[in-house]
Design a protein around this ligand. Structure first.
Ligand SMILES: N[C@@H](CCC(=O)N[C@@H](CS)C(=O)NCC(=O)O)C(=O)O
Length: 226
């Protein structure tokens, strides 16, 4: 990049879909950064210092100034490294819509999928499945181009929704729960393929067998506790 924006550090964990978002945004922008892998069972003093409120990853530290919450970080990255690969639209209304859908993904879609896959109670799991399918149908209806960001552009909604593309096949493999099928959601299914095949995303995908192993262990622990 022509302009020097200083030092960028990212605290994440390999399996975190939230940390992936930040990595993908930084790499789409061509920002150089140093990555620190956290151990969430033994969080570093730096993580606690930088994110004392939530004590979670990701944390982006730019020239010594920390920022938490992946969607907030994505907007910061977009505004700071503004000249390359915009991830939010230009027009205020379109920007607001992009924020709306990113939050929908975190507030509705992700909790529903977690509930469907990883709740001990069968009735709750079924409810989670129903809510997940509803959320996926909403996204299927919203998707008008190849990507949520447009025909050729990966935007904030794609980055936020990215976990759908790489989690759901892993959940299917780990616990046998089929949510994202080509038959039910053809546009979203194709989006998942295109998104995970984008060179920057592909480079930043978690290792499939590790995610499957993690989900299997999580499922085993909830069914054992029942
Ligand atoms: N809303 C947060 C969620 C971040 C989050 O849940 N991170 C998880 C890892 S995937 C974490 O750090 N968990 C540690 C904990 O809950 O103690 C974001 O978008 O950044």
């Amino acid at each position: 990049m022509a302009k020097d924006y200083g030092e960028v550090e990212l605290f994440g964990v390999g399996g975190s879909p939230f940390a992936r978002r930040v990595q993908i945004a930084l790499e789409l922008k061509g920002v150089q950064y140093t990555y620190f892998e956290e151990d969430l069972r033994n969080k570093s003093d730096l993580l606690i210092k930088y994110n004392p409120i939530h004590k979670k990853v990701p944390v982006l530290v730019h020239n010594g100034r920390p920022l938490a919450e992946s969607l907030v970080i994505l907007e910061y990255i977009d505004e700071t490294w503004e000249n390359h690969h915009p991830i939010l639209p230009q027009q205020p209304y379109d920007r607001a819509l992009a924020r709306f859908w990113s939050r929908f993904i975190d507030d509705k879609c992700m909790p529903a999928i977690s509930k469907a896959a990883f709740t001990a109670d069968k009735e709750e799991r079924d409810k989670g499945t129903e809510e997940s399918l509803e959320s996926l149908q909403i996204l299927e209806n919203v998707l008008k181009h190849k990507f949520f960001g447009g025909e050729t552009t990966i935007g904030i909604v794609d980055i936020a929704a990215g976990f759908i593309a790489f989690w759901l096949p892993a959940i299917e493999e780990a616990v046998g729960l089929k949510l994202l099928t080509n038959e039910k959601f053809p546009k979203l299914y194709k989006w998942g393929e295109d998104y995970t095949n984008h060179p920057v995303v592909k480079k930043n995908l978690p290792q499939r067998d590790r995610v499957v192993g993690f989900f299997k262990a999580r499922y085993a622990s909830i069914t054992a506790s029942k």
